[in-house]
Every structure is written in structure tokens, then in C-alpha cells.
Design a protein around this ligand. Structure first.
Ligand SMILES: *Cc1c(COP(=O)(O)O)cnc(C)c1O
Length: 220
């Protein structure tokens, strides 16, 4: 299937400009989530200047991105999927930002790897705002303690991330995330996907994660 990635990106960028103003510092970060997408589509995005990309699996990203990063050194890669502790080191080497810090064991492993020389990357705490058993993330009532735990480990937490339940009104979750980040003194909010990013922006998203609206449907 042919997808006009450049046109999709332009449309979304124009929309971001009109929703948030086109001054660089008021603009949310647009993360192009390229998981499972063919490299040709990623290259089409790179050619029109897109530099922030998201992947959800460390192994897939490790296959595609080192070569692309050589070609475009200013690429910023974001891990948006859950991270197995044993892949922590590889993830810290490969991704500039990790959105899925979701448990104590991973926090401890990250702190140990950073102490051992791994890059100290910006981190989001993933919150399971819908308390869904099949989803990872810190439960809402455990967030203050978990954040404290991360601070004691000196981890560079920059904000909160959530993935609202599909059946819910995302706005409730976005509002909760915004309020909680404010209470903790955190500035960044990773929320909003292709279906609900306009809404997320209205609730103050600083990072939106868009896959299909940029790259088209993921090949199965
Ligand atoms: C796949 C994915 C996205 C992008 O989803 P789209 O609906 O294709 O925009 C965003 N965030 C996470 C965590 C994802 O896994």
C-alpha cells in the first residue's frame, strides 16, 4: 500500500501549529511511532525533516536504527513500549528517551546501569491510569511513592506517560495525568496517539506519539 508520509506529516504539523501556536517552545514534541513500519516509510519521514521517532520493542529498534542514526546523527529515538529489565543496558544505549519506566525493579536496574556508565536518559514514568490488569504502568495511588523511589535513585524523571483504556473517554485520563504531574512538579506529559492527540493537546500534552496517522496502517 502506498502511503504519503510527507503529506501526512505536513498536515499534522500544520494542525499542531494552529492548535498550539507555531513558536518552537510552545510546540509539543511530535514522536513518529514507526514500530513495524517498513524502512522506506521511515526514510520518507527523515527526508522531510522528521527526527523524533518511537519504537515499542528494543530488538526491532536495534535492527533498524543504528544505521539510520549514522546517516542522520540528530535522530532522537523514544522507547514507548515496555522494557524487560535484561534489556535495560541496550535500551539506554539506543534510545534518547524512555517512556515506559513502570516498576521498581526496572528503576533499580536503570540506576545500576547508569552508575556503570550507561547514558543517563530522560525518563517518563508510565502510569496505568485505567488500572487495567493487562497493561503495565504504576497504579495511580502508588505514583507518589514510586516517584520518591526514583528520586532516591537519582533517575532523570522528566514526566508522566499514559495509555488510556480504549473504551474510556481519554480526557479523564489526560486530566488526571496533568494534575498528577503538576503535584509532583514534573513538566512533561507523554499522552495522545493517532485517535486522541487533539484532545491530549487540549489537556497539555508535551509529547504526542503518532503512528498510523503518519505512516498508515501497520503491516500485519
Ligand atoms: C503504537 C503506539 C503508539 C502509536 O499508535 P497509533 O494509534 O498508531 O498512533 C503510541 N504509543 C504507544 C505506547 C504505542 O505502542
Amino acid at each position: 500500500m502506498s502511503v504519503d508520509v510527507a503529506a501526512n506529516l505536513k498536515m499534522i504539523q500544520d494542525e499542531l501549529d494552529s492548535l498550539t501556536g507555531d513558536e518552537a517552545d510552545s510546540q509539543p514534541a511530535l514522536i513518529a511511532v514507526s514500530k513495524k513500519q517498513p524502512v522506506a516509510r521511515i526514510e520518507a519521514a527523515l527526508e522531510v525533516g522528521q527526527r523524533l521517532f518511537g519504537e515499542n520493542r528494543v530488538e526491532d529498534a536495534a535492527e533498524k536504527w543504528p544505521a539510520l542514526k549514522k546517516q542522520y546523527p540528530d535522530i532522537e529515538l523514544h522507547l514507548v513500549g515496555s522494557l524487560q529489565s535484561k534489556k535495560t543496558r541496550v535500551a539506554l544505549e539506543l534510545f534518547e528517551v524512555i517512556h515506559s519506566l513502570d516498576r521498581e525493579k526496572l528503576a533499580k536496574t536503570m540506576a545500576a546501569e547508569i552508575k556503570d556508565g550507561a547514558p543517563r536518559r530522560s525518563l517518563f514514568i508510565q502510569v496505568n491510569t485505567g488500572k487495567e490488569s493487562q497493561k503495565s504502568g504504576i497504579l495511580p495511588n502508588e505514583l507518589p511513592d514510586f516517584y520518591q523511589f526514583c528520586q532516591e535513585l537519582n533517575l532523570p524523571i522528566i514526566g508522566l506517560m499514559c495509555l488510556p483504556p480504549v473504551e474510556d473517554d481519554s480526557g479523564v485520563h489526560f486530566a488526571w495525568l496533568k494534575k498528577s504531574a503538576g503535584e509532583l512538579g514534573l513538566d512533561s506529559l507523554s499522552m495522545g496517539m493517532s485517535q486522541d492527540y487533539q484532545l491530549a493537546l487540549r489537556f497539555g500534552a508535551t509529547h504526542v506519539r503518532l503512528g498510523t496517522s503518519i505512516f498508515g496502517p501497520r503491516p500485519t
